[in-house]
Design a protein around this ligand. Structure first.
Ligand code: HEM
Length: 542
């Protein structure tokens, strides 16, 4: 059942339960009656779990092939660390569509753009559901929030409301906010870099920039420094969410028996739920009070929800969790790309030189690059796409679920199967991306599409990358994310030579968090590129 090659990298394999069950039964004969009944209960429970595991693989014929893993646990022990690398190894062994089990849950892993499109886009009516994960959906989001909800009317309503703030027109209207925050970030970096002499970790600056954008869009306010208490609180909440809700990281999600027990994950999930409601629900209450008292409230998602509350039948929890989904989905993600960019680029002086040359030629040195320049800066644009290909913040994305039985290429994908986009394998396919491990922006030099437009291309093999997911649940925040990322990265390139500190190498392999998110802490030098940088920064962003 378990293949020896599957054991590679596993520190300690769990005991094989068949053996221990048999041993228990012999000992039981010599115990008193209560011990017998407790043991019998334990064995029955174990058998039920084991049977439900076997049922998943035996009940449906012709499911895609794949590793069996361990009884009960399935492949879980192989996915606790760098899961994308294990999924990639299995894709090479079992092909672009394979299956695994985690507890009683069947997962189907799609590792090819054609399959991703066929399932999630062409058959979006079947593959747009979500699994109600015990920790993420049931405990933290309590069935609300657009990201984790089933494919139903509640989701449609939340997606509609989210779109009011994420549509093209809406993003146009608040692009000045994104512009202002990007400049503010560069100013803070400029002030703190002490003319390129001080070691700087740009991560907190990127985090606050993303946070301010989302705070303004969601609640109509911003923080004025990295020491504002909301910076610490919001970043802690996003981080805790990412660390507690990975799509394959919680055994309790796949073993229903554990869900009845007071596990550590259940306690953490409940606390996180309460913290989200207190923090973001609290901000909504404050805005509501201000509106009731006739105060002037800046347009924002919270205000829109309060105004639509009756018409859309939103309760306080709906509003608090939808706002939380914005604060979680829109902060760590964009910040992560800026952080990976800052970690990577100092190692590539030639790439920086080419970007500087392009910026000097197209933008000049008397102003900062703007959104309108993006189309004329193909090399900067290519750098961004290449960072996103190499460092997708969510290698496993947010999985979709089949809402009915489906047959694809002669294989059965049963109703309830969780479908994961294996973006690591897709982003490292050497037939599409030669030398995939190399950071090489030139591979995107002729691709001037925005990622949001690229995701709509008829040919899925022409799509730039799969960082934003696919189909009807595709990230609705793509436009904001792209603008924010372009403004910050092009301006960092415009303002600074980003340089490695001698003797302080930057670790580009390890990452912080469950799957790909942000680099482990690092420091670099930011050297202003020319004397006029300060003057331009002084003039702009007022
Ligand atoms: C680099 C930045 C970002 C990345 C990599 C990213 C990635 C993703 C991914 C992979 C999904 C799941 C898609 C799927 O199910 O196929 C998603 C969904 C979502 N994202 Fe983003 N995202 C980013 C930025 C944002 C921003 C700025 C927002 C703004 C609020 C946002 C809001 C959402 C929401 C609300 C969903 C849930 C959609 C649904 O289930 O219908 N994201 N994102």
């Amino acid at each position: 059942m378990l293949r020896s090659s599957d054991i590679a990298g596993l520190a300690k394999a769990p005991d094989f339960p068949f053996g221990s069950m048999h041993g228990n039964a012999t000992a039981v004969e010599y115990q008193n009656a209560s011990t017998i009944s407790i043991t019998a209960l334990g064995i029955t429970a174990g058998l039920i779990v084991l049977m439900s595991f076997l049922w998943v693989r035996w009940s449906v014929k012709d499911i895609p092939d794949g590793p069996w893993g361990f009884p009960i646990l399935g492949s879980f022990p192989f996915l606790t660390h760098y899961p994308e690398l294990t999924l990639d190894r299995w894709a090479k062994k079992y092909g672009s569509l394979y299956s695994i089990n985690l507890g009683n849950q069947l997962f189907v892993i799609a590792s090819d753009p054609g399959i991703a499109k066929d399932l999630m886009v062409t058959n979006g009516a079947v593959f747009s559901d979500r699994k109600e994960m015990f920790v993420k959906s049931q405990t933290v989001f309590v069935g609300r929030g657009i990201t984790a909800t089933r494919y139903n009317d509640r989701w449609r309503k939340h997606r509609r409301i989210a779109s009011l703030w994420l549509s093209h027109k809406a993003v146009e209207s608040y692009t000045p906010v994104l512009d202002f925050e990007a400049t503010d970030m560069i100013k803070a970096l400029y002030a703190d870099c002490q003319n390129g002499t001080r070691h700087i970790n740009p991560q907190a600056y990127a985090g606050r920039c993303s946070l301010n954008n989302m705070l303004t869009i969601t609640f109509g306010f911003r923080t004025d420094s990295i020491y504002h208490p909301m910076v610490k609180q919001a970043l802690r909440l996003s981080r805790e969410f990412m660390n507690t809700t990975g799509p394959m990281s919680n055994l309790v999600d796949f073993i229903p028996l554990l869900q009845k027990m007071p596990t550590h994950m259940r306690t953490r999930g409940k606390k996180l739920h309460q913290d989200l409601v207190d923090t973001y629900g609290g901000l909504i209450k404050g805005i509501e009070e201000k509106m009731v008292n006739g105060g002037n409230v800046q347009d924002c998602l919270a205000k829109t929800m309060i105004e639509l509350r009756e018409e859309e039948e939103l309760d306080h929890l709906d509003m608090a969790i939808l706002a939380s989904a914005f604060m979680i989905g829109g902060v760590e993600t964009t910040a992560s790309i800026m952080q990976w960019f800052s970690a990577l680029i100092p190692a590539y002086p030639d790439i920086q030189r080419k970007a500087h040359e392009e910026l000097d030629r197209v933008v000049g040195r008397n102003r900062l690059p703007t959104i309108d320049d993006e189309i004329n800066l193909p090399y900067c644009h290519a750098i961004i796409k290449e960072v996103e290909r190499c460092h997708n913040p969510f290698w496993l994305g947010t999985p979709h679920v089949a809402s009915e039985d489906f047959t694809y290429q002669g294989k059965k994908i049963p109703k309830g199967a969780v479908v994961v986009l294996n973006t690591w394998t897709m982003h490292h396919d050497s037939s599409r991306h030669p030398d995939p491990e190399m950071f090489n922006p030139d591979r995107y030099i002729n691709d001037s599409t925005l990622s949001s437009a690229s995701s709509n291309l008829a040919d899925p093999f022409a799509r730039d990358h799969w960082m934003f997911g696919a189909g009807r649940r595709i990230c609705p925040g793509m436009l904001v994310a792209e603008r924010e990322i372009f403004l910050t990265i092009s301006r960092m390139l415009w303002a600074f030579d980003m340089v490695q500190i001698p003797g302080k190498p930057i670790d580009l392999k390890e990452y912080d968090g469950l799957s790909g998110r942000s680099p482990v802490p690092f420091e670099i030098l930011l050297k202003p590129r020319f004397e006029g940088v300060e003057d331009v920064l002084d003039r702009e962003g007022k």
